[in-house]
Design a protein around this ligand. Structure first.
Ligand code: FES
Length: 108
């Protein structure tokens, strides 16, 4: 499996997220407020909710349904009610384009 191009960095506003599906894996592509790009599992572990519809705050992505925030670097929930982590995927930015390999999980 290789990394796949998903979008350009310019298409991601700071502190925003978008959902992509690569090889059947739903992934939230997140640009944090500092401009760094992350990729974590898009499905909240507390319910079947797309995390990319939530809110980017500091180092986390918050689920809009019940407020669990997931770390962008470890995938761990930072507060209840979720207690299971989401996966974190390898992200590479080359020439302004974002590449993600859904088969390379950095955490979980
Ligand atoms: S569904 Fe995400 S915190 Fe409940």
């Amino acid at each position: 499996m290789t990394a796949q191009k998903v979008c350009s960095v310019d298409e991601l506003s700071p502190a925003s997220a978008r959902r992509v599906v690569l090889d059947g894996v739903a992934i939230a592509v997140v640009r944090d407020s500092e401009g760094a790009v992350h990729a974590i599992g898009d499905t909240c572990t507390h319910g079947d909710i797309s995390l990319s519809e939530g809110f980017v705050e500091d180092d986390g992505l918050e689920c809009w349904a019940h407020g669990s925030k997931f770390s962008l670097t470890t995938g761990a929930p930072l507060n209840l009610p979720a207690y299971e982590p989401v996966p974190v995927f390898a992200v590479e930015v080359l020439d302004g384009q974002v590449y993600i390999d859904p088969s390379v999980r950095l955490a979980v």
